[in-house]
Design a protein around this ligand. Structure first.
Ligand code: URA
Length: 464
């Protein structure tokens, strides 16, 4: 294989064989192929797109680049859930304990926040003492004992994705459906769970900005999971505003604990219950998603989910008293109210700008490995469609200094648009994708053969 020929083939719209794809990905992971050639290949693929077959071989090659978790010692059913990333998305903190409470074994390998999106590991590490770097042995023993673990993926798991994602991040090649789907699904398949639920976010705070792009990504991911023998389903869910009422790290943990205490009802809670319901149906612990959801709601109201969360914290070295005493969480010195500028209905939210405002306070990072401040963040108590009165408190900024708080307040207010007329709340779930779209894959291949052109490949999505 000559890498220059492969780059030229992709540049000219010819397809890449499975063998060549494997050699390319494994060669890059072994550092035999330099970044500049991989960057050229990724950009050619970003612009030309990848066929479904190429997406399958890309995923397989990435999966083969490292170890795969062997969960055969667990009695199961083993489940995993993945969100494509958003703002105020702390569903894992609520979903994982509820899923475990319903009899599922949840192995959740999570990531850190980058750019405007938050990361579950950063949130959990806001809890004093909490460890997220479990060894594979510790992870399996913990899941066997308490039904769940939430931790970082080991260095040996999908090293190709780690290297390629870092390269894509700095070469403007993140936003391609095939590249995103293979990145997500190679990690999920390596994680070993039998049932995989994807929460594909769409809207101003998500990678995918349109429902049709999000649906396409969901369909490709479900096809990749299903053909690999995993029970896979995807929900396409709203990210046109922060999901939860808070954005940050300790502040999102606080909200998740309040939810598990039964103190809050919100769109965030509704989505958590829906996710557990679908996981239950997918893994077979409930006959359908509605029954699973009802059981999740029971586990929430009985306090069993909160107790399971306490056990998770304790098992990973965190201080379990945090569940009763949230003053143990880091807190910022300044809490500054945000007030509605006038009486109106909330019409739109630039959720990405809210995520960036939280990041600018110190809650996020722009480069991998940068430090974050667990104590700072934002609360936004209004959702699209809510009516507010001028001067009413609609949120808070938690900051280190008064200046930072004022900057945060302006950033939040700039991210909101108001209407003098009533506004409908957006749907929480746009679609549920349950079927592998083999027909889509087949029609893609056929049209390529018939037309001799790459008209129906997975081209760049509307992604920032
Ligand atoms: N999330 C991932 O894991 N990979 C991508 O490429 C984009 C979002």
């Amino acid at each position: 294989m000559h890498i220059v020929d492969l780059i030229a083939a992709k540049r000219d719209g010819r397809s890449i064989s499975s063998n060549d794809m494997h050699e390319l990905i494994l060669g890059y992971t072994a550092t035999d192929i330099p970044d500049y050639q991989m960057a050229a290949f990724l950009m050619a693929g970003y612009l030309r797109g990848f066929s479904y077959e190429e997406t399958v071989s890309l995923t397989d090659a990435m999966l083969a680049s490292g170890e795969q978790l062997d969960l055969s010692q667990l009695s199961g059913p083993t489940v995993d859930k993945h969100s494509t990333g958003g703002v105020g998305d702390s569903t894992t903190l609520v979903v994982a304990p509820l899923a475990a409470e319903l009899g599922m074994q949840m192995i959740k390998l999570s990531g850190r926040g980058l750019g405007f999106t938050g990361g579950t590991l950063d949130k959990l590490e806001a809890i004093p003492g909490m460890r997220t770097n479990l060894t594979t042995k510790e992870l399996i023993a913990q899941v066997d004992r308490i039904g769940l673990a939430v931790c970082a993926q080991t260095d040996n798991l999908d090293p190709a994705d780690r290297a390629m994602y870092a390269l894509r991040d700095v070469t403007a090649t993140v936003g391609n459906t095939a590249l995103i789907a293979s990145s997500i699904m190679s990690k999920k398949l390596a994680g070993g769970a039998h049932a995989i639920l994807l929460d594909v976010k769409v809207g101003s705070g998500a990678f995918m900005k349109t429902v049709s792009d999000a649906r396409e990504l969901a369909e490709v991911c479900v096809a990749l999971g299903t053909t690999s023998g995993r029970a896979t389903r995807a929900l396409v869910t709203d990210m046109s505003q922060p999901l939860a009422d808070t954005v940050g790290n300790a502040i999102e943990v606080r909200e998740a604990i309040e939810v598990l205490r039964g103190d809050r009802r919100s769109r965030f809670v509704e989505l958590c219950l829906d996710l557990v319901g679908h996981l239950a149906a997918l893994s077979g612990v409930a006959p359908d998603a509605e029954t699973g959801r009802a059981r999740a709601a029971q586990a929430l109201s009985s306090g069993a989910g909160l107790d399971r969360f306490r056990r998770l914290v304790e098992a990973q070295g965190g201080d379990p008293r945090v569940v009763e005493d949230m003053s143990l969480l880091p807190s910022a010195p300044i809490a500054h109210d945000i007030r509605a500028p006038h009486s109106a209905w909330l019409a739109t939210v630039d959720a990405e700008a809210i995520g960036r405002a939280s990041g600018a306070l110190g809650a996020g990072r722009e480069t991998l490995g940068a430090a974050i401040d667990a104590a700072v963040g934002l609360a936004l108590d209004v959702k699209i469609g809510d009516r507010v009165h001028g001067g009413e408190v609609i949120g808070r900024v938690l900051a280190r200094t008064e200046d930072a708080a004022r900057v945060g307040e302006h950033a939040v207010l700039d991210a909101l648009a108001w209407s003098a007329q009533p506004v409908d709340a957006p749907p929480l779930i746009h679609d549920v994708i349950e079927r592998a779209k083999q027909d889509r894959a087949a029609s893609m291949s056929r049209s390529r053969l018939k037309d001799g052109a790459d008209a129906d490949v997975l081209a760049p999505a509307a992604v920032t």
